[in-house]
Design a protein around this ligand. Structure first.
Ligand SMILES: Cc1ncc(C[n+]2csc(CCOP(=O)(O)OP(=O)(O)O)c2C)c(N)n1
Ligand SMILES: [Mg+2]
Length: 785
């Protein structure tokens, strides 16, 4: 008896939950469509540009998001939302009372809800930004690895682990980064990751290819994922149980994507004609179809798993353990809207007549369009309000801010007479790890199969690889001599990745979001060959866009890698460093500069107004210089300092960056005889110098007062008509702009061609980077053409 009562009340609870989630699904569909409609048709347009927004992509996901956000989502779960479903996320927080109508009215306008969910610009909680398709998906896999890392290091309790969830479009499955990430995720046996595919069989241009239908299942299953396919909704399954139902099921299962989409758009009469033509002669089918009028038939045929709350709840419940799970939720793009299924509906907008029709069909009175529960009646509105505030999300409490990690007052630079910046980096990190300073415990290093060749080896020897299970170094166990230990354990602090630079940047993004996402801070350092930054550039931009904090160490760089040649030579990376918001680029020359800048990086990565740091390093060993004092340090942190102070009114200066310091110094010595008072400027960060200079002018335009920028101050001792020679192992345009600061004649040396192999003497001569080239450049400036 008691059992029966219990079961009955569970059933009642379940049916109430389903009813509430269905009603919320409709609310989300309306509010997202209305938000987009308002921005495009009602808000005043001053420039005539289409505002845009994706009503069809939203409608495709509202049931999935209703079931997830108002029922399945746990308090520690984190979600990356399909970019084009952004308005649905805003509608969810609007219902939760955490989004304002004003922000929705300004959707895609200045200060309004963002087009695509943004961690930094939206005011609702956004766990991961999205926009560049594929990246938001993959970052969740790396975030689950970070979560395991934090648990293993005692920075997060296992009980506080959540799921890392990606809500994704089916066309996102075409992005290669998904598969690079799957491989890496499998190697690290990630847990607690859900990817929910809105399988609407449409991309931006058209319907998606049928041939991939079953292949995705195989690919994911091969990589250790549980695949749950939500193909049919409850009503379809009920119909399949009736006479003729099996034939109907077969027909649906074999229907090509394009046909299914086109019939969905055409509606009930077209479904009827097609079904009768294809399977009308099979027993029971004609009667089954005849039992539905056109509207009911269209509803039945589009009652797919991703639109059926019950199917979704069952699927979520079936994935309760920590196995990574792919949900393939079949849906209709534009479900419930007039252009449902039309292949061109991606950016389609309902016209005023169509939105009117939708409004009327939902009983929403004119003028009440923004009412969260308009048209549902007072009783249901009250119940929905209570349901939403009782949902796990409605009860969620904000987490405390992550504590800062204290940074040592100084980092010790190695004192070898000759060394490279790359070697110095490895040594400084090793010494830090050996010193036992608490900050060292928060460092996590990662590298796409270039750990050894970028000099992370010593750190990894000391701190070990991170593995949830033990990894024995077979070579070490067999006493085979090797400089590199390769043992892995829970306390390890290096995450080794396969050669996929895109993964490096996604890993750094996930690690670099540890403080805001998990409430516990990590200090990630990633190493990569400088030219291969380009391989992961969009992921780098993605990390910076959402304010992930990391130190990127890219080495070797430029033609200075000599015999490695053009295929490994970086040319435009200084410009990437200068052009990338959220990332400060430095190119040091000497070991003590590396130590200074690394220390700065550890602070900058934690500062509220900080960011990530990029060190462009070299394998060239160069003679170090004697310092008289530390006066240079403050200026080096601002982007440049005079290695040789120019005399007041000096007629010329040489500005250099990075590994070309010896050439610049030699040229300075030669030229000083003819140009007394010649200055020699070490540019540690062309990026900071340029940003300071731009900021000053921007401030002036905004009517604010701003102090003289660092570069203006640096160049101020020079005569107004002085000449400037700039030299960098990279695109000359990274430094040539210095001439514009005071309108100086400038000769900019650098690399603008693909390089040859060779030794440095040959290469520097060939590409005009040697001391002679600098001297000649100076002569050109003064002698003219
Ligand atoms: C990297 C990247 N390339 C291209 C686009 C432009 N784009 C936006 S959505 C989209 C297709 C989306 O299709 P799907 O993922 O299936 O989403 P849905 O059908 O749910 O809208 C494309 C190509 C983008 N946002 N990011
Ligand atoms: Mg799609």
């Amino acid at each position: 008896m008691a059992q029966a009562v219990l079961e009955r009340s569970e059933t009642t609870d379940r049916s109430e939950t389903v009813a509430a989630l269905e009603a919320l699904d409709t609310r989300l569909r309306w509010l997202s469509a209305w938000t987009i409609h308002n921005a495009n048709h009602l808000r005043e347009s001053r420039d005539g540009l289409k505002v845009g927004g994706h009503q069809a992509s939203c409608a495709s996901m509202t049931a999935i998001m209703s079931a997830l956000y108002f029922h399945a989502l746990g308090p520690n779960d984190k979600v990356a939302v399909k970019p084009h479903a952004g308005p649905v996320l805003h509608a969810i927080y609007y219902l939760l009372g955490q989004q304002t109508r004003e922000k929705l009215e300004k959707f895609r306008g200045l200060g309004g809800a963002q087009s695509y969910p943004s961690r930094t610009k939206d005011t609702i909680p956004v766990d991961f930004s999205t926009g560049s398709v594929g990246l938001g998906v993959a970052v969740t896999a790396f975030a689950s690895l970070v979560q395991d890392y934090l648990i293993a290091h005692g920075q997060l309790a296992e009980a506080d682990a959540g799921r890392m969830i990606a809500l994704m479009g089916d066309a996102e499955l075409d992005e290669g980064n998904i598969y690079e990430c799957l491989i890496e995720a499998y190697k690290h046996s990630i847990r607690n990751c859900w990817w929910i595919v809105d399988y609407n069989r449409q991309s931006l241009d058209a319907t998606t290819a049928d041939r991939m239908f079953d292949r995705f299942d195989d690919i994911f299953a091969t990589c250790g994922w549980r695949v749950l396919t939500l193909k049919h909704g409850r009503h379809q399954r009920a119909a399949f149980a009736k006479p003729g139902g099996a034939a109907l099921r077969d027909w649906i299962d074999n229907c090509p994507n394009a046909d299914f989409a086109a019939l969905t758009y055409q509606g009930g009469a077209a479904w009827r004609a097609r079904l009768l033509r294809d399977i009308g002669a099979e027993p029971g089918v004609a009667d089954l179809i005849a039992a539905h009028d056109d509207e009911a038939l269209a509803q039945l045929m589009t009652n797919l798993g991703g639109h059926c709350i019950e199917t979704l709840l069952d699927a979520f419940a079936a994935a309760a353990d920590d196995t990574p799970t792919l949900f393939i939720a079949y849906t209709v793009k534009g479900y419930g809207l007039p252009f449902a299924g039309h292949k061109d509906n991606h950016a389609g907008l309902m016209n005023p007549g169509q939105i009117e029709g939708l409004r009327a069909s939902l009983n929403i009175a004119e003028g009440e369009e923004w009412e969260p529960y308009a048209g549902v009646g007072d009783n249901l509105a009250e119940r929905l309000r209570a349901f939403v505030s009782a949902s796990p999300l409605g009860r969620a409490v904000a987490k405390a801010k992550a504590e800062p990690v204290p940074v040592p007052a100084r980092l010790q630079a190695p004192d070898n007479a000759e060394q490279s910046t790359q070697a110095a980096f490895g040594r400084i990190l090793f010494d830090l790890a050996k010193s036992g300073h608490p900050m060292a415990d928060r460092i996590v290093t990662t590298s796409p199969d270039v750990t050894v060749s970028t000099n992370l080896g010593a750190f990894v020897n000391l701190r070990g690889l991170f593995r949830r299970g033990e990894l024995t170094d077979v070579f070490q166990a067999a006493k085979i001599p090797s400089a590199q230990k390769w043992t892995g354990h829970k306390a390890g602090q290096h995450i080794e990745l396969g050669i996929a630079e895109n993964n490096l940047f996604l890993m750094l993004t996930a690690l670099g979001l540890s403080a805001p996402v998990f409430g516990s801070r990590l200090l990630p350092i990633g190493t990569v060959y400088d030219p291969f930054i380009s391989r992961g550039l969009d992921a780098l931009n993605y990390g910076c866009y959402q304010d992930a904090r990391f130190l990127l160490v890219a080495t070797p760089a430029g033609v200075t890698l000599g015999p490695e040649g053009g295929a490994h030579q970086s040319i435009n990376t200084p410009l990437i460093g200068m052009g990338q918001p959220g990332l400060t680029y430095f190119e040091p020359s000497y070991a003590d500069e590396v130590a200074l800048l690394m220390r700065f990086a550890f602070e900058h990565m934690q500062a509220d107004d900080g960011g990530s740091v990029y060190l462009r390093l070299s394998t060239r060993s160069i003679p170090q210089i004697e310092r008289e004092d530390r006066a240079w340090e403050a200026d080096a942190l601002r982007g440049g300092y005079w290695l040789k102070q120019p005399a007041p009114g000096a007629e010329a200066a040489i500005a250099f960056a990075g590994a070309l310091a010896p050439e610049a110094l030699k040229a300075w010595e030669i030229l000083s005889e003819d140009l007394p008072g010649l200055g020699l400027l070490s540019v540690t960060s062309a990026d900071l110098l340029h940003r300071g200079w731009s900021a000053r002018r921007n401030a002036r335009w905004r009517g604010e007062t701003a102090g003289v920028s660092h570069v203006e101050r640096l160049l101020s001792p020079l005569a107004a008509d002085a000449g400037l020679i700039t030299v960098i192992d990279g695109s000359p345009s990274a430094l040539s702009w210095l001439g514009g600061v005071r309108g100086m004649r400038t000769s900019a040396l650098g690399i603008d061609r693909f390089g040859q192999t060779g030794d440095l003497d040959d290469l520097y001569r060939l590409y005009r980077l040697d001391a002679d080239a600098i001297v000649e450049a100076a002569a050109d400036l003064f002698l003219g053409d």
